[in-house]
Design a protein around this ligand. Structure first.
Ligand code: PNS
Length: 195
């Protein structure tokens, strides 16, 4: 029987319990699953690419057929490069569907041999998104039931540093300061998809 290698691409900023749920499901139906973290998102991420990769590696350490990688540029080109035949994407609610369908069809246009497979995470994660986790963490809310313990810890560390600097502590030199987010409530901008 043909072996199927799939990639699970995303921003994972930060990875959540919903992502982990999907990885778990994907690892059961694909022979090999590569969690592929996007390196060049439009916005400045809260966690660096290396930090996101490290968190995902720790979260997926127990899965024999799951690995973590990073990519930038076109996702279909990355999939081709690593020899993947399928792309795994999660659909939490009907609101995700329109954007996901558009992306899947565009990717099919770009690379007809690559199939997108949609899976649904457990219902209890249907309202969970990285954007909401970031916002809740930045505003001091409880995140422990939303992300794995390691991610919760990293979020607290990040937000704590941001609070110290927003409370008047001198910021480090620009190169180091670039990784420290400013703490503010997010403006309610409409995103294509709440990842
Ligand atoms: O977790 P996200 O932010 O919803 O993931 C979106 C992602 C990374 C899958 C998508 O933005 C992507 O594939 N970006 C890479 C650039 C690309 O291939 N763009 C064309 C999409 S049709």
């Amino acid at each position: 029987m043909k072996r199927v290698k799939a990639i699970y691409p995303g921003s994972f900023d930060p990875p959540t319990n919903g992502h982990l749920d999907l990885i778990q499901r994907g690892s059961k139906i694909f022979d090999e699953l590569v969690v592929a973290v996007l390196g060049n998102p439009e916005k400045q991420p809260l966690f660096s690419l290396a930090e996101r990769r490290k968190m995902l590696e720790a979260m997926t350490a127990d899965f024999d057929n799951v690995s973590v990688d990073t990519f930038d540029g076109l996702m279909v080109e990355y999939a081709l490069r690593v020899g993947a035949g399928a792309v795994l994407r999660g659909i939490r609610a009907i609101s995700d569907y329109e954007y996901e369908l558009q992306m899947a069809l565009m990717n099919r246009k770009l690379q007809p041999g690559l199939e997108t497979v949609f899976m649904m995470p457990a219902e209890k994660y249907s309202y969970l998104s990285s954007r909401l986790v970031r916002e809740i963490a930045q505003l001091g809310g409880a995140i422990d039931c939303l992300v794995p313990p390691l991610v919760a810890q990293k979020l607290r560390e990040k937000i704590d540093v941001a609070h110290r600097f927003s409370a008047g502590e001198e910021r480090p030199a620009p190169a180091a300061a670039a990784t420290i987010p400013r703490v503010k409530a997010s403006t309610a901008k409409t995103r294509k998809r709440k990842s």
